[in-house]
Design a protein around this ligand. Sequence first.
Ligand SMILES: NC(=O)C1=CN([C@@H]2O[C@H](COP(=O)(O)OP(=O)(O)OC[C@H]3O[C@@H](n4cnc5c(N)ncnc54)[C@H](O)[C@@H]3O)[C@@H](O)[C@H]2O)C=CC1
Ligand SMILES: O=C([O-])CC(=O)C(=O)O
Length: 264
Amino acid sequence: MPQQQLTLVGFGAIGRSVLQRAARIDGLRITHIVVPQEHQAAARAAAPEGVEICAEVPAQTQLVLECAGHAALEQHVVPALARGIECAVLSIGAVAEPGMLERLEDAARRGDTQVHLLSGAIGGVDALAAARIAGLDEVRYTGRKPPASWKGTPAETAFDLASLREPTVILDGSAREAARLYPKNANVAATIALAGLGLDATRVRLVADPGVTENIHEIHVRGAFGEMDITMRGKPLEDNPKTSALTVLSALRFLGNRACTVTL
Ligand SMILES: NC(=O)C1=CN([C@@H]2O[C@H](COP(=O)(O)OP(=O)(O)OC[C@H]3O[C@@H](n4cnc5c(N)ncnc54)[C@H](O)[C@@H]3O)[C@@H](O)[C@H]2O)C=CC1
Ligand SMILES: O=C([O-])CC(=O)C(=O)O
């Protein structure tokens, strides 16, 4: 299999960890990293020799991994797809924004390529998407994180996060409401909605829980296939406690599958 050139879009907690670990994947080479102008000097200092820091996805790239945030989909993923570059996306919350899924589909069609929505911090997306084929009756998701991980969200103005002593529900609604009010924390909710019952019918509870140190994702699914209950207790990434470490591993799994003949 010829070696594939990969561009990372984003070089934060996920990007740095992917770069370090992807070096062990035969058949794949990270050649470029795209970050905004103001972060380029820091990225240049942290990246190994031979990896170029740039503002746009270069033409010779064969594969893009987005690990940057919601704005990067419109800015980098849509144009890359339209130029025929295959893309894998982690900022799934952005796909819940009105019109974004259609723009991704349209760009991929024009570029005759594919966009892959990665499972990120959770498991069971394969089972959920398969179960949907026979029909689903109920999909519920609860996202539970330590209070500090909800800093910078509307929960910070509604609650005194530092003094919470009990698990506190900060949102109880639909995946669409979660995506609108907590866009940066709604990647998992959006993934479950896209794989299952959609943004309006997927019930979401977000909880600030002073009793936990991990990012806990609970998924309950009921349908013609039977029932499924999954609890993920994801250890957070050291560099960004809002992000579960499994997110990096899900990207590595995808990249590993791209570079080998038997995929799993
Ligand atoms: N699907 C999932 O389960 C999860 C998805 N995510 C997504 O991954 C993203 C990245 O996570 P972390 O690495 O922890 O964040 P981080 O804040 O540590 O790093 C973000 C990086 O992206 C770069 N960046 C920001 N805007 C950009 C743009 N428009 N174009 C190119 N680069 C840009 C920043 O310079 C920084 O290097 C999150 O914002 C979230 O959307 C995160 C956790 C779980
Ligand atoms: O646990 C994580 O890595 C992130 C998360 O909940 C989300 O973005 O929905």
